[in-house]
Design a protein around this ligand. Sequence first.
Ligand SMILES: Cc1ncc(COP(=O)(O)O)c(C=O)c1O
Length: 485
Amino acid sequence: MPEKTDYRMTAEEFRRHGKAMVDWIADYYARIESFPVLSQAKPGQIRAALPKSAPEHGETFDSMMKDVESVILPGVTHWQSPNFFAYFPSNTSYPSILGELLSAGLDVQGMLWATSPACTELETHVLDWLVESLALPEKFKSSSAGGGVIQDTASSSSLCALLAARERATAYASNENGCDGRLVAYTSSQAHSSIEKAAMVAGIGRANLRLVPVDEKFAMRPEALAAAIQQDIAAGRVPFFVCATLGTTSSNGMDPLPAIGAICREQSIWLHVDGAMSGTAALCPEFCWIQDGLEFADSYTFNPHKWMFTNFDCNCFYVADRKALIHTLSILPEYLRNQATESGAVIDYRDWHIQLGRRFRALKLWFVIRHYGLEGLRFHIRRHIELAQKFASWVSEDSDFELAAPAPLNLVCFRHRGGDGINETIMSRLNKSGDLYLTHTKLRDRMTLRMCIGQTNTELRHVEQAWKRIREEANAAKKLSQSAR
Ligand SMILES: Cc1ncc(COP(=O)(O)O)c(C=O)c1O
């Protein structure tokens, strides 16, 4: 055998395999309903099927795809199945997948405007589009004092908001000297765990994050927030950050922004709003009410990677005052200096988040918005909400079940009236069956099932079938518990 002098994949091979991969993905979507939605793999199963060491000699593309079928697919939970109703969705669409492919193909690293002007300018532009499309406050536009950036996740954005708030509250001294333990942050007892993590990472400390009680709709009680702030001020502490949520993870609770915003303004506290999944609903004018009061916010985040048909990861983060964010996160070593930056005429997104390097995520979001158009996005969001409302009506009409929380959008929290045990059995039997996947939470200490409708290809028949299966498993679980007595 002649000695190998080049190990790269040729352009011809890439063309052939690339086309085959696109076909594979289209076929995957065509057969996705034949897989159990929740992977039935046992711990260690996937690793046990993989060779102990990396191959010394390169392998063929076909052999890799064979292993994808036999080793990888059994270990995949099919988030893109139309029968996926768990957590919040992490949906995608063909234009998004193509945008992601293009981004991988160009593979630019857009840390500075100069390292790929299109990466920065398309991002700024698409985020400005979304300010208009979602009817967000003008102050989040790049033409104002604020602006938007795409980050990996809502968790990262909330951390950045907390850091900027920390610096603003301490006249940028905490970056120099660390925190002195007096700063206090607030969020509701129903807020996402990423806020607690942000308090840990930012050196605020968990003990200095107050979890404000909620009302019967699982929304933050503003009078409880005001009281907590007063108590902290009286104790010599410094309230500096409030995170309100539009669409809490457990129950889609909507914190009342106008009242919370007024408190924050009076006390000069940074208001961050986490609209993770639900923020996308504001594409439809009839659901814009969820962001009433957003004009009080210093920062806002939501995830196109949850409900806007754009594959993970893609999170939009807006600030009202970009200077505060940039001042907080900017460090300019000599090796990154360049004329464009010095001129002050460009955005360098490296200063808008934690890490330096950044992917060209705007491409896929741009592809999605251009493919669907705003009318197409609205059509499918409305469809999901309509399906969820239908499901909620079936639950409330069935005497065995009850709604556990209001269902303002596409998440329905419900439970069997028979108690925690029967709900646990229903969920575990459904998920084991592979027919659909749903997850749970605890509301007022009671086991609650969550049915979230947001996968791109979910239609009425999937939701009807899910309800049929839920009732079947409820009957089976009832019989099991009767025979055990
Ligand atoms: C309300 C809320 N905020 C934040 C997050 C975290 O999202 P990410 O994975 O983008 O950090 C979630 C995740 O479901 C969420 O529901």
